[in-house]
Design a binder for this molecule. Structure first.
Ligand code: FES
Ligand code: FES
Length: 205
């Protein structure tokens, strides 16, 4: 499982713990009562508007701000794919085991299936859709193509985002560092060796 820096964010567990309810309890806690619990837990941002059916929030994705109305339990992956129709981010396991759903949140790679959309309010989010500049692919995207670093492609967007997170912090990673960066990204097609070569080709080594 990918290690995530969620120190400033609320996890599903901390959310439920913060509001002092169980998952079953969350299902019946609605409207004003839910808003009060969320506020008490420091969970609501000033601009969030909550009703019996959900919460209005804004997400900044690839430099564009989007206003959404979602249930508080909505994950970032669901918000991207269902609400914003940005299906480049994939959902494989939906439980933090495969990293197909990796996006950059405030510059750090996170599993978006394990991140509440509410946790991402007003933080910069980068998805695979934001890497290319028009028809000009990002160097990593080009290198993946040139090195045949995918087969079915289901893991590819998550892989590329994980590799981008690495290169953003370290433009000259060792092979071990590349392998560690994608250690949490599952590829059932076994493209890992080609992926490592693709990343090496765009590093400054
Ligand atoms: S879909 Fe998020 S970790 Fe697998
Ligand atoms: S290319 Fe198929 S899962 Fe990675």
């Amino acid at each position: 499982m990918k290690k995530e820096d969620n120190s400033n964010q609320f996890s599903r567990r901390s959310f439920l713990k913060g509001v002092g309810i169980t998952t079953a309890g969350a299902a019946v806690l609605k409207g004003e009562a839910l808003a009060k619990q969320l506020e008490a837990a420091g969970f609501l941002q000033p601009n969030n508007i909550i009703s019996a059916d959900g919460v209005t929030l804004s997400l900044s994705v690839n430099g564009r701000s989007h206003k959404l109305f979602v249930e508080p339990r909505t994950t970032l992956a669901e918000a991207l794919r269902i609400n914003l129709d940005m299906t480049g981010t994939k959902i494989g396991c939906d439980r933090g085991a495969c990293s197909a759903c990796t996006v950059l949140l405030n510059g750090k790679s996170v599993n978006s299936c394990m991140t509440l959309a509410l946790d991402a309010v007003d933080l910069p989010i980068e998805t695979i859709e934001g890497l290319a500049n028009g028809d000009n692919l990002h160097p990593l995207q080009k290198s993946f193509i040139e090195h045949d670093a995918y087969q079915c492609g289901f893991c590819t967007s998550g892989m590329i985002i994980s590799c981008k997170a690495l290169l953003d912090e370290n433009s000259n990673p060792s092979e071990l560092e590349i392998r560690e960066a994608i250690a949490g990204n599952m590829c059932r097609c076994g493209a890992h060796l080609h992926i490592v070569e693709a990343v090496k080709a765009v590093s400054n080594s």
